[in-house]
Design a protein around this ligand. Structure first.
Ligand SMILES: [Zn+2]
Length: 340
């Protein structure tokens, strides 16, 4: 496996890093959509986060990354194997699977294994990218350029957590739950509202515009590329600290409470902004709860809501012909109105 730049060594990009951490603590928050400058390290950050996360336990030989501790969610193959004795398990890194723009549907959902069909006359299923991404991250660079039929397909799977393939005489279903991470360039084609809505959070990624940060980015990148092993060694401690933070936040998450007052603030903010449906406040509440868990808080406070509201809401605003302010400005303004 190629050496991955450590997450904690990424300079700046605080909003993106926080959104990714929140998605790692509570995948239910939904994916992260990163808008902005090319080459600002969006892909690096996702890979770095996955490499940082505690390894996951899988059933050895399972092509769907089944979790041995969740027999109810087993794929058919594991279910069958389980009848013949105890399943072997292993620890593997959390996967980051790239979904290339030109990918065929077969490659994404999986298809009939033609080689086996022709050679042995067997109808076997060759799993696709969705199977590989299960329990990890599905990364789509330039999600705004994704073809509509792939968008629909992803929406279905993201909603159900299951990939269902019924064709060529095959009938396969397997779990496919992943955190969707997409990048987009707002100038190159718009994302359909349904896809936008599916992302829990959106972040604006910019190349740092202050001198010291830019110098530090270059310094660290150069050190990493000159001697990756030494660079990783120098950051081991920081990485371990952050890993512990994520693990502890995951454990604390179920105990973090959201008061009616906090929920009312979240809903008021969404009403003020006119976000569609209820996904806005649901995501805002979940993201604030994960943030509270990360910050060792027992309850969600106004500060948590304020901090995460731009990421949770800015991609859910309807265009207002009377207001040409950017969506971040509109969210910031509403925060001041609601929270004072
Ligand atoms: Zn399995």
């Amino acid at each position: 496996m190629a050496t991955v730049f450590p997450f904690s060594a990424i300079v700046g990009q605080d909003e993106m890093k926080l959104a990714l951490l929140i998605a790692a603590v509570d995948p239910k928050v939904g994916g992260v959509l990163a808008f902005g400058d090319r080459g600002a390290g969006k892909s690096t950050a996702v890979r770095a986060l996955a490499a940082l996360l505690p390894k996951m336990k899988v059933v050895v030989g399972c092509r769907y990354n089944c979790d041995p501790d969740l027999p109810k969610a087993f794929c058919d193959e594991c279910r069958e194997k389980e009848k013949h004795g105890k399943l072997k398990t292993a620890q593997v890194p959390v996967p980051v699977v790239d979904l290339p723009l030109g990918a065929t549907e077969d490659r994404v959902v999986g298809a009939l294994d033609l080689e086996r069909a022709l050679a042995r006359g067997e109808k076997a299923f060759e799993p696709g990218l969705l199977a590989r991404a299960h329990r990890g991250f599905l990364y789509i660079d330039e999600a705004n350029l994704l073809e509509d039929h792939l968008v629909d397909l992803l929406l279905d799977v993201a909603a159900s957590g299951e990939n269902v393939v019924e064709r060529e005489g095959l009938s396969i279903r397997h779990p496919a739950r992943f955190v969707l991470v997409g990048t987009g360039n707002p100038e190159e084609g718009e994302l359909r509202p349904q896809l936008l809505d599916r992302f829990g959070m959106s972040v604006e990624v910019k190349t740092p515009d202050d001198l010291p940060s830019r110098m530090e980015v270059v310094r660290r990148r150069d050190a990493f590329e000159s001697d990756p092993a030494a660079f990783l060694a120098a950051w081991t401690k920081e990485e371990a600290k952050l890993r512990k933070k994520i693990t502890q936040a995951r454990e604390r998450l179920p105990e973090v409470t959201v008061s009616d007052a906090a929920l009312e603030r979240a809903a008021t903010l969404c009403m003020r902004l006119g976000t569609d449906g209820l996904r806005g406040e649901l995501t805002l509440m979940r993201a604030a709860r994960a943030l509270a868990a990360i910050e060792h808080a027992k309850h969600v406070t106004d500060e948590h809501l304020k901090k995460i509201a731009p990421s949770a809401l800015r991609h859910r605003l309807r265009r207002n012909p009377l207001d040409d302010a950017g969506s971040t400005v509109r969210v910031d303004r509403a925060i001041v109105e609601v929270f004072g």
